[in-house]
Design a protein around this ligand. Structure first.
Ligand SMILES: [Zn+2]
Length: 70
């Protein structure tokens, strides 16, 4: 089985390139995950960003300030 196409034992599987090539460059300085985090600019409270709901529509539960994308 040697001398095939050369893609045998090198392990060039999807494992290595999955993390890098998937969504590497979303065009932002923050490597936000699937949802990201919303943060209160006033008191610093953070919470997970709800998908489909922009941070600026969320009020800080502590001080009521509009959250921003962190
Ligand atoms: Zn706050």
């Amino acid at each position: 089985m040697t001398g095939g196409d050369g893609t045998g034992p090198m392990g060039q599987g999807p494992v290595g390139g999955f993390m890098r090539g998937g969504r590497g460059r979303m065009g932002g300085p923050y490597a936000a995950g699937p949802g990201g985090v919303c943060k209160c600019p006033k008191c610093g409270y953070e919470q997970a960003h709800a998908r489909g709901q922009p941070c600026f529509q969320i009020k800080c539960p502590k001080c009521g300030t509009t959250m921003v994308r962190a």
